[in-house]
Each structure stands twice: as C-alpha cells, then as structure tokens.
Design a protein. Structure first.
Length: 372
C-alpha cells in the first residue's frame, strides 16, 4: 500500500490518507483548520492534511504540523486532534470512544499510521481535544508509550461561556464580582470599540507591557499582523465547501485619551475564542479588561456564536499559582470550567526523544534563571 492511502487493520483507525490541506477547514476546531495550518506554515511549520477513517464512525479531517529540531530531525504535532466520531468533547457514557482506554488506543493507532509520513520525526505530540467538566474533574493521564510533554502547547484548562441565551441571562450568570466590574467599566466612561488591524501596534505595545509584568513570552508584531491578514484572505475567498471561515477581531478599551486594554478574538462557526489579551499598568481600577470581554461576548453572540472560550486558566483556584489572578478573572465571567489532558508525546526515536527532553529541561532552567 502506497503512502497515498493506507488501509489499516486497527481496532479504531481503519484508513489514513494524505489530502489537500483545504479539507481541514471542515474540522470542528480552529486549531485543526486549514486556516490555522496555513498561518503556522508562515512561521516555520510544515502543515499537512489527512483524512482518517474511523470505521463506521466515518472519515474526519486531520491537521498535522511538523517543525525541524535540527538539520536531520523534526517533530510532528497534532493540535486538538484527532476529532473522533461521535465525539462532542466531554467523556460520553456510550459510543466507540467513550473512555480513556479506547481514546488512547485510537491515538496510538494514529501515531503508528502517521509514522511513515514523518520519517525524520523524533516523536509526535498530541493535544487531545476531549475534556471533562467541573473545577476538580480532571481526565486521567495517558499511559505508555505516551509520555507527558515537558510543556503544554495549548492550554488544557479553560472556561466556556454559554452564549445560546439572552445577553441579560449571560450577564446574570456571571459571578457578582464579574458582573460588578463589567458595569463599573461602563460607569467610569471606558469606551469599548472594535478596531481595525492597522491599530495592532496599540495592542502590541500593551502586550509588551503585559509580558513584562507577568513574565510571559510573546511573538513578534508580524505574527499577529499575519493572523489578521490571513483572516481577511479567508473572508474574501469564494471557495465552495470551505467550511466555517475565521473572523479575527481586535477590540480596544480607552479612557481619558489613554489606551488601557486590548484583546484579539477569533470567531469561527458557532464558537468564539479569546486568543490574546493585553492591559496597561495604569488605571487598573477602571476594570477595562472586564468591559472588553463583555463587549466581545456581545458581538460574538450577535455574530451567531453559541459559545465563548476564554482559552486558558490555571488548573485550580490556587493563590500560590503565578497566574492565580488569571483564574479569578476568567472564572468571574461564570461559564463551565473544563480540563483537557494536555500535551502528550508518542516517541518514534526514543533516544532522540530523551535528548530533546534533556535539552528542553536545560532551556527551561535558563529561562527561569533570567526571570529571577
């Protein structure tokens, strides 16, 4: 069987074939879309599309990203995939992929089937999309040969706000502190507006300020400008069967002639995702970030979205966590706390994988030393 199509004897995965990247625009998640693959391809990744056949469950698109680790070595990465049939995110009581054992089996079969397409890869990394609901309802870990990645690529923990109800009900479902802060921003005269991407330097200046304050790493301004320009390309395309088209938006909060906060939101289909946020050290008492989130939720709802993903919180309400403030901020909007299992690696070349992990550990220690 050629690499153009593989018929597989697996229990779960029945076939796998390479496909045009465009098929991935039929994926449910924006991180599995051709849009995201095209975007990442402009920053050093190779993006490849596949069609995975899951028996009676049908065929689903699959995006795999690949990046070099050196002259002759690389690693593959599957963001929020695979999207399994009969799968809606939460652990289901019935169905082919209803438990961790069957899901791990599906991942292992997929990792093995992808191996011939990525011969230089030391390992393949998965960010499985399924999740549990509830503050303390964590999914069980995967087992060998999978190993926990040294760092999560995508945030495994998040808050999903239900927009499929009147705006007044969304506001009322917030925690009292969140609702109060949303109203306070309006009362204090903070203006909230959607901005054109020509104003991305305003966002980026605030983002740099946020990065210094919180000790986080950010991309170059060109990274975020490319995200917007590619979104415009997709919005202007007239290709049949493209699936949901991404709409990336910038919102800025301002008061007294000063830009106080900015966020980037992505709308795709019925879901909106809060991708990036930045705020000034000044006038924090005006609660501009709360006003911006509410503005984004209102506009996402007007665009037909049923869900707003706040995209990343610490795993628990822990005052000692360096991002404890982020947990309180995002959970103040109400919504459902979810937990994914995070990033997991399937080794193709175990020795090379161990060397990579060791090098990553040293790099992490050096970064921590610079922050102190």
């Amino acid at each position: 069987m050629s690499l153009r199509e593989q018929a597989l004897p697996g229990r779960y995965l029945k076939s796998l074939s390479p496909a045009e990247l465009a098929v991935c625009d039929g994926a449910g998640s924006f991180l599995q879309s051709a849009f995201w693959g095209t975007f990442k391809a402009r920053f050093g990744w190779q993006a490849r599309g596949f069609l995975a056949g899951w028996g009676a469950g049908g065929v689903r698109p699959l995006l795999v990203l690949c990046r070099p680790l050196g002259p002759v070595l690389s690693f593959a990465y599957v963001p929020w995939g695979p999207e399994l049939p009969n799968e809606q995110g939460v652990f289901m009581e019935q169905g082919l992929f209803h438990n961790t054992v069957s899901r791990q089996g599906a991942l292992a079969e997929l990792a093995g089937a992808l191996r011939p397409f990525f011969r230089d890869a030391a390992f393949i990394r998965f960010d499985p999309p399924w999740y549990t609901q509830g503050a303390e309802a964590f999914p069980p870990p995967l087992e060998k040969p999978f190993t926990r990645a040294a760092a999560d690529v995508q945030p495994p923990d998040s808050v999903l706000v239900d927009l499929d109800r009147p705006a007044a009900a969304v506001l009322e479902s917030m925690k009292p502190k969140g609702r109060y802060n949303v109203r306070l921003a309006a009362k204090k005269g903070v203006t909230l507006r959607r901005a054109e991407d020509a104003e991305l330097p305003v966002f980026y200046g605030l983002f740099q300020e946020t990065a210094r304050r919180d000790g986080i790493s950010i991309h170059s301004l060109a990274y975020y400008q490319t995200l917007f320009s590619l979104s415009r390309e997709y919005q202007g395309a007239s290709v049949q069967g493209m699936g949901a088209r991404p709409d990336v938006r910038l919102y800025i909060a301002r008061e007294g002639g000063e830009d106080l906060a900015a966020i980037i939101m992505l709308i795709r289909g019925r879901q909106a995702v809060y991708l990036y946020g930045a705020s000034s050290d000044h006038k924090r008492n005006l609660m501009a970030p709360y006003g911006l989130q509410w503005k984004a939720m209102e506009e996402a709802q007007a665009a037909g979205c049923r869900e707003y993903d706040l995209f990343g919180i610490p795993p628990r309400d822990d005052s000692n966590h360096p991002m404890a403030g982020l947990y309180r901020f995002k959970t103040n909007f109400g919504g459902t706390i979810i937990h994914r299992c995070g990033s997991w690696d399937y080794p193709y070349r175990p020795v090379m994988k161990r060397l990579f992990d060791a090098a990553w550990g040293i790099r992490k220690q050096l970064r921590s030393a610079k922050k102190r």
